[in-house]
Structures are given as structure tokens and as C-alpha cells.
Design a protein around this ligand. Structure first.
Ligand SMILES: [Zn+2]
Length: 163
């Protein structure tokens, strides 16, 4: 399967987890993916090294997305990290973090692990970064459409009620 189709299918799978009615949020979708996989996903805003937008940490029993505090593009980064997870990429295993904790903050390691273009900190290369970017763009687009569809349904119903 081509990378494009892989990404499109992953987005479909995530959108399929949206509640059938009511409000749909990115945070809700992230939580739903965690429930679906049987591994909770925690999202936390953290003070990450400069230039880092987000990172995905894999713990033994859950996953954690760390998002740079104060980032103007939180949704985009969150969707990007979710993309890595649902596309089966690798996050940062936390045993590795513990073992390399002394080096973890060093500039060398950060530049080694940090993708300058996406601000993503992880072991993946340029290809997986592009896939995560494509996933994020498509997911946010689909999410926006789902939301506006639902709000126009609400407006139609209101129109019927008052019309
Ligand atoms: Zn990434």
C-alpha cells in the first residue's frame, strides 16, 4: 500500500472512533484511540528543549504526548504525534530515556533526535515525519468538516423548530 493510502486509512480509522453525535474534539479522538488500543494516552504540556514542538514517549502501560508549553500550533503537533502512533512509528521508549538521562538534555542528542522541520523529537527519519505531517493535515481537515457538518445539522434542526 502506498504511503498516501496508508495515511488516509489511518485517518479514517481515527475519525471512525468519533462519537456518533455531539461535539468532536481532537483531545476526544486522542483519548478514543487510547481506549481502542487498550493503552491510555496522556497529553501533557511541558517545557521541552528549545525548538522541540512535541514528542511521543512510550511507557510500559501507556503512551504520553508531550507538547511544548505555549506553542501556537498545539492541535497540529498533537495530531502529528497521534499520526506517529497510529501509523505504527516508534516513539521514545522510556527505558531509553532513563538510561540516557544524563545525556538526554545534551545538545548533541537533541539535534540528533530533533527533526528541525517539524519540531518533532523522535527516532524516526524524514519519511515518517512527512507521513505524520500528512496525517495531521488530513485529520484536522476531516475533523473541521465533521464539526461544521454537525453544527449545520443543529442549525437545520433549530430552523425546523422555529420555522
Ligand atoms: Zn514527528
Amino acid at each position: 500500500m502506498s504511503a498516501d493510502r496508508l495515511v488516509a486509512r489511518a485517518v479514517n480509522d481515527v475519525i471512525a472512533l468519533a462519537p456518533r453525535r455531539g461535539e468532536v474534539s481532537l483531545a476526544g479522538l486522542v483519548a478514543a484511540v487510547g481506549t481502542d488500543r487498550g493503552r491510555p494516552i496522556e497529553v501533557s504540556m511541558s517545557e521541552l528543549p528549545p525548538g522541540v514542538s512535541g514528542q511521543w514517549r512510550q511507557y510500559a502501560d501507556h503512551d504520553e504526548f508531550q507538547i511544548q508549553d505555549g506553542l501556537p500550533t498545539v492541535d497540529r503537533t498533537l495530531a502529528h504525534e497521534l499520526g506517529h502512533l497510529v501509523l505504527g512509528h516508534d516513539g521514545i521508549p522510556v527505558v531509553e530515556i532513563a538510561r540516557e538521562s544524563t545525556e538526554f538534555a545534551s545538545d548533541d542528542l537533541i539535534s540528533y533526535m530533533l527533526n528541525q522541520r517539524t519540531g518533532c523529537m523522535g527516532p524516526g527519519g524524514e519519511d515518517v515525519e512527512q507521513q505524520a505531517e500528512d496525517f495531521a493535515a488530513l485529520l484536522l481537515h476531516r475533523l473541521g468538516r465533521l464539526r461544521s457538518d454537525r453544527s449545520s445539522i443543529v442549525q437545520v434542526r433549530l430552523g425546523e423548530a422555529f420555522g
